[in-house]
Design a binder for this molecule. Structure first.
Ligand code: SAM
Length: 274
């Protein structure tokens, strides 16, 4: 069985979120794992508002909207406590929110009950961190934001293939990854060291609840577009790599497109499933 130190910070934050009495407290204690914001004045409403501004922007820029979006289905991989899921349920008729932590999924359901359309939501546990418990060819759009960069490289590739598997022919995937930067010379070894420490019983999960430690431990992979697209080429068409105009990243056989709203260290694979 694979060792799973990559999952520890998320499970630690998920357990912490389960112990909180309100969604506002969850945002104050674990919200930083989703949008990097901290502070006693934070609340769930502001947290969801950050997702509400991102969801329409990405749907529009990546061409994921159509006249019948409210009849369509979307799968979100790595939903957390529902920061973007609320926005998705206002757009799509059926949303499946997937995450590796059951506590986050419960909180996601609560968040969408307050700020989204909960009758359109179902949740799905990614128990092993790399398999979606969903039928093939069922989703119109499969989306993932700031999740695949935190996975073990093998898990990130398997989840990418899973995204394609669950998407209907003619449907779209929009998947976000982190690109290489000069800081990686330090960040990647420190991340590996931190994940090794996370594996120490009791101490590791305690340490993983701390922001600085979790942020280092997340530095998990820097997959290049070619590594991702390569094995999937026969299954995809209209392959696009979206990036910030200042980034230089590109992928073989992919059309490069730019959008100012994309983090300089991120890129997106947007493609149609054959
Ligand atoms: C940085 S958060 C982003 C959440 C959400 N996409 C957002 O933008 O607010 C990453 C989420 O991915 C989940 N996650 C990390 N690794 C995962 C994996 N291998 N499978 C499924 N979910 C995963 C974490 O539990 C966490 O909720």
């Amino acid at each position: 069985m694979r060792r799973r130190p990559h999952l520890i910070p998320w499970k630690a934050a998920g357990q912490l979120s389960e112990r909180q009495t309100s969604g506002d407290d969850v945002v104050r204690t674990t919200g930083w794992v989703f949008n990097n914001e901290t502070g006693d004045a934070l609340d769930l409403e502001q947290f969801v508002a950050t997702g509400d501004s991102e969801v329409p922007a990405y749907l529009t820029v990546f061409g994921l909207r159509s006249p019948d979006t409210d009849q369509q289905s979307l799968v979100e991989i790595g939903c957390g406590i529902g920061r973007m899921t609320c926005g998705f349920t206002r757009e799509f008729g059926a949303v499946t929110a997937c995450d590796l932590d059951a506590g986050f999924l419960e909180r996601c359901h609560e968040t969408v009950s307050r700020f989204g359309k909960v009758d359109r939501l179902r949740t799905s546990l990614v128990a092993d961190g790399h398999t979606l418990d969903l039928a093939p060819n069922t989703s119109d759009v499969t989306f993932s934001y700031i999740t695949l960069q935190h996975c073990d490289p093998g898990d990130a590739l398997e989840l990418t293939a899973e995204a394609v598997r669950v998407t209907k022919p003619g449907g779209k995937v929009a998947l976000n990854y982190r690109s290489r930067s000069r800081l990686d010379v330090l960040l990647l070894p420190l991340g590996g060291l931190m994940r090794a420490i996370f594996g120490i019983p009791t101490f590791g999960p305690w340490l993983a609840q701390h922001r600085w430690a979790a942020r280092l431990g997340w530095q998990a992979n820097r997959l290049a577009p070619d590594e991702i697209i390569g094995p999937l080429t026969p299954l995809l068409t209209d392959i696009e790599i979206w990036r910030n105009p200042k980034s230089k990243i590109k992928g073989r056989g992919a059309e490069v497109k730019t959008f100012e709203g994309i983090n300089r260290h991120h890129y997106w694979l947007v493609a149609t499933v054959r």
